[in-house]
Design a protein around this ligand. Sequence first.
Ligand SMILES: [Zn+2]
Length: 356
Amino acid sequence: MLLPRLPDPVAPAQHEIAASYIGRLARLHGLDVNALWRCVTEREASGGMRRLVVPERLAAITGRTVHALAGALPELRTPQPDWAMFRHQPQPGCHHCDAKHLGGEVIRILPHHRYVCTRHRLWLCPSDADGHTTPLDTLPEIVQAQHRHLRVLRRHGWAITYDAVLTAILICAQLWSLPENENGEARHDWVRRASILIPSNAAESAFSVARLCAAVYPEAVALAPLFASPYWKQQAQKATWDRRLFNSEIARRLRHPNYNRKDHDNDPISYWANMNAKRPPLAPIRVHDQNHHLRKPALSPATRLAQQHRARAFDPSRRAGEALVAHRYLATVFRRAWDPMRKHKLLPNGDGYYSR
Ligand SMILES: [Zn+2]
């Protein structure tokens, strides 16, 4: 099939999904999106109903090489990328970065380690409140934590870093859920950041678990190297009476001078040290299935309703970590989480949270 080249073949954005790029090309040229989609796709060879993008056709209409297109669009790569390295659902990125990409909304499939646009200081954690972007102008420590996160990634690779950072976010959320005198100085920063990100006079519109994740991110990234490093994992596996070095490092990173847990039931870090420090990193339990197209997820009415309930009950100074602990974003590490949670038999429900 000979395809005419489009007059304004804009470039794809990095990690953009094919449907988003083809949609932008169609809108820019006043074409029907479905017609252009059919033009650059063909039925899968197995005889199924799904249509697959033909890289050579997209190259023909844009005048760009297949190699250049595949560099930006992970779905066009041969062989397919290791999808476990990416979040399983696409999402909007930084709207400042996207402004230079014409033709409407840019939807990307981001790697696990991308939490902040450091250039424009925006939080990019998987959002459960669609359309929301979270500026971090007054919270520079969250932007700095992204740089620190990338250093952990360079040192330990994506799989160990993924496990260590999610484990650390879950542990911070669990600490935030403990009574006030048990969770150290960091708690004051979590409350302060949460009050900025989710102001009490706008909780219903601003509440999202992604923002609670931002509130604990600096301490999570400070703890993560301890959960990633073979040396610190070895220190953590020592007998509880012989963990002084590990405990004092935790105390320093959490700014918790009294942190000196022995084998405390309520301490998620002791639980990790006793049970999980010796285990290999967990792989994501939800990975994009390449037998389906990548599409921007929509919030279900049930999830919206659950969000509204949580927003009304939200108070950053009272066990605010509980919503974060139970959110599906942490499901991979939640499954091996500490005993008290399992005793309560927390089970996933339809809106993405866990319920008793
Ligand atoms: Zn940006």
